[in-house]
Every structure is written in structure tokens, then in C-alpha cells.
Ligand binder design. Structure first.
Ligand code: NAD
Ligand code: MG
Length: 389
């Protein structure tokens, strides 16, 4: 019996994880479920899976959650501290599927308590890659990528010599605006940006796919997870979203990972690792699909991607600032306060204000310092948004 915690259980990744657990109830026991404001979903999952601890991120709904679960024997906690306590319960495997930098601390706590960490929350690696790697090393636990591209790279690297890797190609669907002109993109609304051609995901990552902030975060995530150099990481637009990543070796060979656009593959791979188990995903009929297309991304349309390479160049805490400023800019876009392309502008100005080229890369990556830089990034981003209104 494998004991699991699911952080962000009520979201898209969380629900897909629970779907796999539900199909194999004899193999897994859920110890912790955390969620946000979607109480109905959290309560219904709690009643089904009977975890020891149920947590909500929001103190103001603690009472309501407690009442709904009264008499069940489950411990109910709330807020950032409640989530951190819940995440510290020792388990074998934890799914980090909170959206945003809020996912960092629970993931760290879980690793410190001895859990292998399945990492959907790419923001943790972007903001605090060195701290995540150090925590995994010191506690002798695995960091298992769940982002489909990174799971693909991880799988392509099994049994390979990392020194023989020449390059890695992350594919991108191109998001909602792949075929739109720059002028059309500039006028795009949050509603238009919230639909994805291939994947069903949470609203924030869906908008980040349209702006390629998502791919930008993934490029940095790849550097941090696999210790690649920035100039080894390429992005290719691949509208079918079936080749998830390609690893190129020094003998010219390319190892591509192909699969349906269904996150249950990457989640299931991380759940059964190091084994492979049966997964209920579509089997691709390649003859029917017929063709795979590729093109280079247009950096004018996707300034977020250009900025990711600046961030890798700057190093240090620039990832934490990049992500934090992006989260604030995304909030402002969703609230119709700034335009679609303003998101990258805000992030660029904030990076310029805080960092100059060639700043020292020797930084002390403790949680406190990362959260501090995250706060500065948020404050500056809010100032820039106010200035331009
Ligand atoms: P989602 O919006 O569907 O769900 C997010 C979850 O986090 C919910 O349970 C929500 O209640 C919780 N949450 C939100 N804000 C929180 C906070 N401040 N504190 C604590 N909990 C909070 O998001 P998602 O699409 O499932 O994505 C989750 C993570 O996985 C993100 O980091 C995303 O980039 C990554 N990811 C998602 C997909 C996908 O297919 N959805 C693919 C790859 C990576
Ligand atoms: Mg991805």
C-alpha cells in the first residue's frame, strides 16, 4: 500500500490523480487532500478517499469545511500554516499540483518528511530550483516530473548518459492564438485566452499557454530539473501536442516521446515509477493521425519565451521574480485591467528594475529568501500595473 498526499486535489491535475487512484483503490491510501475554495469538490473527495488531514488554503472557509466533515474523524486545517503542517505528514509520495508559487512550501515540506515528490507545480522549480534539488538530495527522495514535456524528457533519459545529451526540444501547441496576428493577439480577451486547442487544464495555465508564459516556465523548469544549459533547450511549435519532448544526443540521434494529450500518462508514470503500469489513456492511431507538424515559435508573438532565456542568463532569484511578476500580471489580465501583451511588458520592466546583467549568481536559496524575492516581484509588478493604468 502506497501512502499519498495530493496538494491542489480539487484542480485539473489533482482530479486526474484521484481518477487513477480511484481505479486502483487497493494499491493506494490517501493521507492528505488540500484544496482552495471549491469546498463541494474537496468534501466529496474527502468523504470518498477518507484522508487523515483535509486542508483548505483559505482561513475564512475553515469553519464551513470543519462542519461539513464533522463526525468523520478527519483533521481539518486551513491557511498557509495549516497547509504546511498537512504537507509535513510523512507519506511515500506527494503530488504537488497547487497552481503558482503557493505550491513551493508544501512540496518542500513533503520532501523533508520523506516523500517522493511528483512535480506538476513548475513554479517551484522556476522560483527555487536549487532549493528543490538540494531538498530532494538531502532527504534522499525523488523529484518526479509531471509536466508532460518534462516527464517525456525524464523517460527519454532513462538508461542514457547525461553527458551524451546535446540538446532537448520542448514542444508547444502554440495555445489559443497560434494562428492569430500580432494585432489580434494584442486585443485578445481573457475569455478568448481561456480555451486550449488540445488540453483541458486550469484557467491560469491555459492562459499561460496562449502567451507561452507556460512554455517559458517550462524551459526554466527543464534547466533546473535536468541541469541543462540554456543554449541546449529549444522550443518547437507542434500543433498536435502528441510529441511532448525530444532529446538529442551527440551521435545525432533524437529520442522523442509520443503520447495522447492526457495528463494521466505523466501522472501515472510518476505514480508507478520506477515501474510502468496499465494506464487508461487513448492508444494513438498514427496512421489515422497521418502527420506531425513543426515550426519555430515567433518571439515577437511570444515575448515571454524570450524573457525566459534572459532569466536563465541572469540566474539567482530572477526565476522567483519572473514567476511572481507573471502571476500578478496574469491576475490583472484576467480582471481586464491590462492587455494580453502587457503581461510580458510588466514582467520585463520588473526584471529590469531588480536585476542588472551579470549580477552575482551566488545566492542563498533558503525558503525565506525565495519568498522575500517573490514578494518584491509582486509589489513591483503591482506598481507597474498601477502606473500604466
Ligand atoms: P487548477 O487551477 O485546475 O488547480 C489548482 C489547485 O490549486 C486547486 O486545487 C486550487 O484549489 C489550488 N490552489 C489555488 N491557489 C492556491 C493557493 N494559493 N494555495 C493553495 N492551493 C491553491 O490548476 P491545474 O491546471 O491543475 O495546475 C496545477 C499545477 O500543475 C500548475 O502549477 C500547472 O502549471 C501544473 N500543470 C498543469 C497541467 C494541466 O494539464 N492542468 C499540466 C502540466 C502542469
Ligand atoms: Mg507542460
Amino acid at each position: 500500500m502506497k501512502h499519498l498526499s495530493i496538494f491542489g486535489a480539487t484542480g485539473s491535475i489533482g482530479q486526474n490523480t484521484l481518477d487513477l487512484v480511484r481505479r486502483n483503490k487497493g494499491l493506494y491510501s490517501i493521507e492528505v487532500l488540500t484544496g482552495g475554495r471549491n469546498l463541494d469538490c474537496l468534501v466529496s473527495n474527502a468523504l470518498e478517499f477518507r484522508p487523515k488531514i483535509v486542508a483548505t488554503a483559505h482561513n475564512d472557509i475553515y469553519q464551513e469545511l470543519k462542519e461539513k466533515l464533522s463526525g468523520t474523524g478527519m483533521q481539518v486545517v486551513a491557511g498557509v500554516n495549516g497547509m504546511a503542517d498537512a504537507a509535513s505528514l510523512p507519506v511515500d509520495w506527494a503530488m504537488s499540483a497547487i497552481v503558482g508559487a503557493a505550491g513551493l512550501e508544501p512540496g518542500l515540506r513533503a520532501m523533508q518528511a520523506g516523500a517522493d515528490l511528483a512535480l506538476a507545480n513548475k513554479e517551484s522549480m522556476v522560483a527555487a530550483g536549487p532549493l528543490m534539488r538540494q531538498t530532494s538530495r538531502e532527504n534522499d527522495v525523488a523529484l518526479l516530473p509531471v509536466d508532460s514535456e518534462h516527464s517525456a524528457v525524464f523517460q527519454a533519459l532513462i538508461g542514457e548518459d547525461h553527458k551524451a545529451v546535446e540538446r532537448v526540444i520542448l514542444t508547444a501547441s502554440g495555445g489559443a492564438f497560434r494562428d492569430w496576428s500580432l494585432e489580434e493577439i494584442a486585443a485578445a480577451t481573457p475569455e478568448q485566452a481561456s480555451t486550449h486547442p488540445n488540453w483541458h487544464m486550469g484557467q491560469r495555465i491555459t492562459i499561460d499557454s496562449a502567451s507561452m508564459f507556460n512554455k517559458a516556465l517550462e524551459v526554466i523548469e527543464a534547466k533546473e530539473l535536468f541541469d541543462f544549459k540554456a543554449n541546449q533547450i529549444e522550443v518547437l511549435v507542434h500543433p498536435q501536442s502528441m510529441i511532448h519532448a525530444i532529446v538529442g544526443f551527440q551521435d545525432g540521434g533524437l529520442m522523442a516521446h509520443i503520447g495522447p494529450a492526457d495528463m494521466r500518462h505523466a501522472i501515472g508514470f510518476a505514480l508507478s515509477y520506477p515501474n510502468r503500469s496499465y494506464l487508461p489513456v487513448e492508444r494513438l492511431d498514427l496512421a489515422k493521425i497521418g502527420r506531425f507538424d513543426f515550426s519555430s515559435p515567433d518571439l515577437k508573438k511570444y515575448p515571454a519565451l524570450r524573457l525566459a532565456y534572459d532569466v536563465m542568463d541572469l540566474g539567482g532569484f530572477s526565476g522567483a521574480v519572473y514567476n511572481a511578476a507573471k502571476e500578478i500580471a496574469l491576475d490583472a489580465f484576467i480582471a481586464h485591467r491590462i492587455g494580453f501583451l502587457d503581461m510580458a511588458r510588466v514582467v520585463e520592466v520588473v526584471l529590469e528594475r531588480i536585476f542588472v546583467k551579470n549580477t552575482s549568481k551566488e545566492n542563498n536559496f533558503c525558503l525565506e529568501n525565495v519568498l522575500n524575492m517573490d514578494q518584491i516581484g509582486r509589489t513591483y509588478a503591482k506598481e507597474e500595473i498601477e502606473k500604466n493604468l
